[in-house]
Design a protein around this ligand. Structure first.
Ligand SMILES: *[C@@H]1O[C@H](CO)[C@@H](O)[C@H](O)[C@H]1NC(C)=O
Length: 337
């Protein structure tokens, strides 16, 4: 296990050092430790508050559930450090909001993280730096990348640059657009890279992860830029699930015009916004408080569970793979669809 993780980190470091401007997305291989190739993981978001606002309570339950499910890794949907990301490589918030909080044995696994809008208000180059892994080797944070775990490809997407208002109406916030500006060029390249990588993927499950909502009934609601620019690419490439944070709640929304299921896991700390605004899609579950999500993936089945601060199960959802074995063995059948 330790060896596997070292390999992952080395690969990531090398890729970051020599990534050309229009690169393929960095791809990390994560081999399941389980005999049947199945995968278990936790998803948490919007957490870094030095333990406050129930962050520590959520962390404790993640530790317990993580042990029970024997998780392979953890995904963060971003906003890893409030309010303004990290100030630099030596910011004590890195340990206070991450290392010292997620201490359970079961959580000593790789964490794959994206940046949220609050992270962009700090030194993004520091938060993305592999040097942080000298402090805590779990922290694997990149802008957009792929984690490939045999039966599944996770497409991590840097969604903050999509939101026009951060560029045009930053209010009193300063966003760190180093390596990103100009917006149009960055997004065009990213969407092209994503589309290519998704088209190449032969995994049973294809899952996209970003910080911002595509669909949400909570405070931030839908993100128009993602509906317009990203969603068509998710649809055309038959992405099964889109997982995000940004709204500090737990929710499951089912698309009415595609098989895509949307999951928000943004309950890592401050919640209870007291906001609800229905959208056009089908709301399956909404919880306005703190918590996290687990995901267990088998060849043919995906099981999602939402938990609250006390580890109580709030909601469960299971789905059979749409790419079933028959379709895989008869690719012409897929082509005709
Ligand atoms: C912590 O969680 C409990 C149980 O859901 C809730 O009653 C309380 O308001 C939460 N505290 C904060 C600061 O959100």
């Amino acid at each position: 296990m330790r060896k596997a993780m070292a390999a992952v980190v080395l690969l990531a470091t090398t890729a970051l050092l020599c990534a050309p401007a229009t690169a393929e997305l960095t791809r990390l291989e994560h081999y399941s430790a389980k005999n049947d190739g199945s995968l278990s993981l936790l998803v948490v978001g919007d957490f870094g508050r030095k333990g406050a606002y129930n962050q520590s309570r959520v962390a404790e339950q993640m530790g317990r559930v993580g042990g029970e499910l024997d998780i392979d890794f953890v995904i963060s949907t971003g906003d890893n450090f409030y309010d303004d990301g990290l100030t630099g490589l030596d910011d004590p918030a890195f340990e206070q909001s991450f290392t010292d909080i997620y201490t359970a044995k079961s959580l000593q696994k790789p964490w794959y993280l994206v940046l949220g809008n609050h992270d962009y208000r700090g030194d993004t180059i520091a938060q993305l730096s592999p040097v942080l892994r000298e402090i805590d080797s779990r922290f694997i944070c990149m802008r957009s990348f792929i984690v490939s775990a045999e039966i599944v490809d996770f497409f991590f997407i840097d969604t903050t640059p999509f939101q026009v208002k951060y560029w045009t109406h930053p209010k009193d916030h300063v966003y760190d657009w180093r390596g990103v500006a100009p917006r149009e060029k960055y997004i065009e390249t990213l969407l092209k890279d994503l589309d290519e990588a998704m088209k190449k993927s032969t995994a049973k499950w294809k899952i996209a992860v970003g910080h911002h909502t595509v669909r949400s009934v909570s405070h931030h609601g839908d993100t128009d830029e993602l509906l317009e620019l990203l969603l068509p690419i998710l649809k055309v490439n038959s992405i099964d699930f889109y997982i995000n944070g940004h709204d500090h709640c737990l929710e499951h929304i089912s698309s009415r015009d595609s098989p895509i299921q949307y999951f928000t896991s943004g309950g890592g700390s401050k919640s209870w916004r007291g906001f609800f605004q229905p959208n056009e899609d089908k709301l399956k579950f909404f919880y306005d408080g703190q918590g996290f999500m687990s995901l267990q993936l088998h060849q043919d089945q995906a099981d999602f569970i939402f938990y609250d601060v006390d580890g109580n199960i709030l909601y469960q959802y299971s789905q059979w793979s749409l790419r079933n074995t028959y379709l895989l063995q008869h690719p012409s059948y897929v082509a005709e669809e």
